[in-house]
Design a protein around this ligand. Structure first.
Ligand SMILES: C[S@@+](CC[C@H](N)C(=O)[O-])C[C@H]1O[C@@H](n2cnc3c(N)ncnc32)[C@H](O)[C@@H]1O
Length: 522
């Protein structure tokens, strides 16, 4: 920001933007750095509006087809295929990508990290201490400074989980690491073990945070039996999926946990908005991968039905048993198909190039390689379509006490150290897999950056570049009054792009030279 004092007689001479630019240029106040080689002397762009210009000219075919849907005039012809147009799906995603907080306020997912998580972690730590005690290591009796013994009774297949249990205890302050490499040992600290029974901690948590009942109930399916699962006396998969009541607890968690619910609402709004970007009125073709209990499926299908969106939904999972359950659960939905599909395998030929949108919530992290799985899924996506995954991109410890007991949680054989990877890892993987554009949801809060929708688009967006997961229109360099100017879109409000012009000096500055930056609002 700079401040230029202008005498009034000089100011009245400045009748337009160009004369102001000239004036500032003469005072040495214009610009920051010159973009070499990107110059274009476009006199036709001279005088382009600098206030609010839509970056993409509105295509008459895009205009309000949603109204046609709502008015019931859409044709439901099986052979007609939804044409999302070259930018339709990207535009739809960019409209919802900052909406997490709005949904979180409705589902009670605000302040998860600052308020809820610390208490949830006390419960998690309580369950880990209980398991240690059952396996012969009572941390309340190990003296401060003593080495904490390894849990030798645990099966070797749980080595990742055991390492994570140590992280939980270290983060809670009960243990600390000492030594390096092979000499590393876990030492008991002076912090006391909470003597309140863990089941009581669960009840207290539930009373204080009733909205998180789906989370704590899910944790209670396996965590009280953590020691038994680690030694093989209990089968975690059987506990989670083999018992009808627990299966329902899982389904409720995926659909109703406040964080997941907020992300699911965002996903539903994204999916439901797609027909309004379409060039014709074919049904939206959706494939869900790893659809599991059908929690997301039910949410999305119900939402689309309420919105009057015409769609075909293919429910898939690697597990035939889960597909069979889904067939029963959704038997009244005539627009649904049910099949097994392994994201780690080549898709069957009849699925290739078929879907507008591939959805997957909390599944692709459970594959050995995010890049390979998403490359397989790219094959089933039609031109202009996308993959949209709902994933947790930050470690939440209690998940490990439930899902970390399953072999599938730790399959990763890429560069991940934990199945839950940050958005930057997804970005790299999707691009390597062949997606031409990648974007993800984010926001100002830690919650918004924990549960994300990550989209890989089959087509690139011409004239756009990626900045922090956002497709930004690439600045257009023109000359105005002989001065290089870059037009950039700095914000989008309700689909309307707000542009700004950046004026550069005529000659490139020597490297490292700093200039003041000025703003001019009008
Ligand atoms: C965490 S659950 C998904 C939750 C699901 N969104 C729901 O609402 O129930 C993960 C699902 O992915 C499935 N899965 C795991 N690996 C898979 C793979 N390679 N291909 C397809 N599905 C897979 C599992 O069977 C499981 O149902």
């Amino acid at each position: 920001m700079f401040k230029v004092d202008m005498p009034l007689d000089e100011l009245v001479e400045l009748t337009d933007l160009d004369s102001l630019v000239h004036y500032l240029d003469e005072k040495g106040a214009v610009g920051s750095s010159y973009v070499e080689g990107a110059d274009s002397d476009s006199s036709s762009a001279f005088g382009t509006s600098t206030s609010t210009t839509p970056s993409t000219p509105p295509d008459p075919e895009y205009l309000n087809p949603k109204q046609q849907w709502q008015n019931g005039t859409s044709k439901s012809v099986e052979s007609e295929i939804l044409d999302l147009g070259p930018h339709g799906i990207q535009d739809a995603f960019s409209r919802i990508r900052l909406d997490f907080e709005r949904h979180a306020a409705q589902t009670g997912a605000t302040a998860f990290w600052s308020k809820v998580y610390p208490d949830l972690n006390h419960v998690t730590t309580g369950f880990v201490c209980d398991a240690y005690r059952k396996l012969g290591c009572d941390l309340s009796t190990v003296k401060a400074g003593e080495v904490v013994p390894q849990l030798t009774k645990a099966l070797p297949q749980h080595k990742h989980l055991l390492a994570q249990l140590q992280n939980i205890l270290t983060d809670s302050g009960l243990l600390e690491l000492s030594g390096l490499g092979a000499n590393q040992q876990l030492i008991r600290t002076t912090k006391s073990v909470n003597s309140t029974p863990t089941e009581t901690l669960c009840k207290q948590f539930l009373l204080q945070y009733p909205a998180y009942a789906p989370d704590i109930k899910c944790l209670q399916v396996t965590a009280p039996l953590l020691a038994e699962c680690l030694t093989g006396q209990k089968k975690p998969a059987h506990l989670l999926f083999g018992d009808a009541r627990n299966f329902e607890i899982l389904a409720t968690f995926y659909a109703k946990s406040p964080l997941l619910d907020a992300a699911c609402r965002m996903l539903a709004e994204f999916v439901a908005s797609l027909p309004s970007f379409a060039r014709n009125n074919g049904p939206l073709r959706i494939l869900e991968v790893g659809a599991g209990t059908g929690g997301t499926t039910k949410y999305i299908a119900d939402y689309l039905n309420r919105q009057g969106v015409e769609f075909e939904y293919t429910f898939t999972d690697i597990s035939q048993a889960l597909v069979n359950q889904a067939k029963k659960k959704f038997k009244h939905h005539s627009n649904m198909q049910f099949r097994t599909l392994n994201a780690e395998g080549t898709p069957p030929p009849d699925m290739v190039d078929r879907f507008d949108l591939v959805l997957s919530t909390n599944c692709i992290h459970a594959t050995s390689s995010i890049e390979k799985a998403t490359a397989n899924l790219l094959q089933v996506i039609r031109n202009n379509g996308a993959l949209c995954v709902l994933e947790v991109t930050k470690n939440i410890y209690w998940f490990d006490l439930v899902f970390g007991l399953l072999e599938g949680w730790w399959l990763m054989d890429d560069d991940r150290t934990h199945p839950l990877a940050p958005a930057s890892f997804w970005d790299r993987s999707l691009r390597s897999a062949g997606y031409n554009d990648v974007s993800w949801t984010s926001g100002d809060t830690e919650e918004a950056n924990t549960l994300r929708l990550i989209c890989g688009f089959k087509n690139e967006r011409p004239g756009f570049r990626q900045v922090d997961g956002v497709s930004q229109p690439q600045g257009r360099l023109i000359k105005r009054a002989g001065i290089p100017v870059e037009e950039v879109v700095f914000k989008s409000i309700d689909g309307l792009d707000l542009s700004a012009d950046i004026y550069f000096p005529k000659e490139a500055d020597p490297p490292g030279k700093k200039r003041a930056v000025g703003t001019y609002d009008y």
